[in-house]
Design a protein around this ligand. Structure first.
Ligand code: DOR
Length: 431
């Protein structure tokens, strides 16, 4: 029987109902770019049948915080290579940060990323516009124009917004435009020249250390500004226990604040720094076990809304240098799923079906996207997951140009088998 490549029938597996946090036995039919039917049993007609063999079919993951390095740093990553890495990691939509060269601070530059992504990317790429011109922290960008050319949020990620006045303006624009301000909370003067968390390990290694206060002092200001303006503050890569407390209290007061945590902050602590040095250097830094416990608790009680990778690809020569010289950041898209599995599921904290919303429908809601759920009529953005499959992270195996992950050489549990974007298979582990 010939199969119609425009229709795919997934059988013999578990469907992730991410809104209810359940796995349901059932079948799902894709027709063209959309999900056409979901039922316990569907006729196969002439569809291409994919036997899930008890694997899990989930909405494709949505990453609200990815660094693609184009334009300007193509030697670290291009939109095309970052998108291939996203597909391999199960991500079907990624929002990319504006700290490129030049930064995405004009409507033309935002539009250029969209065009380039259309031409070269296998996943959906949503640009995030800069808060300040040149990301210099002085003058605001034209939020209205940036939004009209496709920016889904605004951020100066990579550095904090020092000027309270500028942050106020950004949050006022957020209220008018209905898009989030994604805040990198870092008081640069407090962070100083530190490379890792401030504490006994930084003292032992002779590093000045980045105190948690560098994060939560600016966060406290931004929460007040969000409260004043009614704007939507989204807190990037929360790393400190006190930040979780501030966000929890702000939410209880009704402030419009959401937050993300990275897989690496959920799974790793500063204890790996003395062995991995530059390969363990990330901003915000890996922190203490107490901080990590607070992040896990914050995710469990809903204080933290989403898991985001902060995929920050760098070349090896920028990482395999001294701690102080190494670039901040981890390549994160391809290891996100197994690392989240290790931190939350294999550790016994949460079943997988309760973790998936933080990677699917909640980031979709954050950015107001129609994807992120298995629903008839929704875009057929899907991922097939084997939560028990073991695999080894190797430089050759990663599709990202950034091989800078602290997991290099390690065996992880949990693998992405297949990724589908708008009904098209964009990653298949069997190939
Ligand atoms: O570690 C990081 N790397 N943190 C950031 O905020 C920026 C990122 C990058 O662009 O490399």
């Amino acid at each position: 029987m010939s199969s119609n490549q425009n229709t795919i029938l997934f059988r013999n597996g578990w469907l992730a109902d991410v809104e209810r946090g359940q796995l349901i036995r059932g079948e799902l039919l894709v027709a063209g770019e959309r999900i056409a039917a979901i039922a316990p049993c569907l006729p196969c007609s002439d569809a291409l049948v994919i036997d899930l063999a008890d694997a899990i079919l989930s909405p494709g993951f949505i990453d609200v915080h990815t660094h693609l390095r184009e334009p300007g740093f193509e030697y670290k990553e291009t939109i095309a290579s970052g998108a291939r890495a996203a597909a391999a990691g199960g991500f079907t939509t990624i929002a990319c940060m504006p700290n490129t060269k030049p930064p995405l601070d004009t409507a033309e530059r935002v539009a250029w990323v969209k065009e380039q992504a259309k031409a070269t990317s296998v996943v959906k790429v949503l640009p995030i516009g800069a808060i300040s011109l040149e990301q210099a922290g002085h003058r605001a960008t034209n939020f209205w124009q940036l939004r009209d050319s496709g920016a889904v949020a605004f951020s100066d990620d990579g550095r904090g917004v020092k000027s309270s006045r500028l942050m106020l303006e950004a949050l006022e624009a957020s209220r008018c435009l209905g898009v989030p301000i994604m805040a990198h909370e870092e008081d640069a003067e407090l962070a100083g020249k530190g490379s890792i968390n401030h504490g006994p390990i930084s003292a032992q290694l002779g590093d000045q250390g980045i105190p948690s206060a560098a994060e939560y002092i600016m966060l406290a200001r931004d929460i007040y500004l969000a409260e004043m303006t009614g704007g939507h503050l989204h807190v990037c890569h929360v790393s400190a226990a006190e930040s979780v407390n501030l966000i929890r209290n702000a939410k209880a007061r009704g402030v419009k604040v959401t937050a993300e945590v990275t897989p690496h902050h959920l799974h790793l602590t500063e204890s790996i720094v003395p062995t991995l040095l530059g390969q363990a250097k990330v901003n915000p830094p890996l922190r203490s076990e107490a901080d990590q416990q607070a992040l896990l608790a914050g995710l469990l009680d809903g204080t933290i809304d989403v898991i985001a990778t902060d995929h920050a690809p760098h070349s090896m020569w920028e990482k395999e240098v001294s701690l102080s010289q190494a670039a901040f950041g981890f390549s994160g898209l391809e290891v996100a799923f197994p690392v989240v599995m290790e931190a939350l599921v294999h550790s016994g904290l949460l079943p997988l079906e309760k973790v998936l919303p933080a990677l699917t429908c909640r980031p979709a809601d954050l950015l107001g996207l129609p994807q992120g759920r298995l629903a008839v009529g929704a875009p057929a953005d899907l991922v097939v997951l084997d939560p028990r499959k073991r695999w080894r992270v190797t430089a050759e195996g990663l599709l990202s140009q950034g091989k800078n992950t602290p997991y290099l050489g390690q065996e992880l549990v949990g693998q992405v088998l297949l990724t589908v974007v708008d009904g098209r298979v964009v990653f298949d582990i069997r190939e």
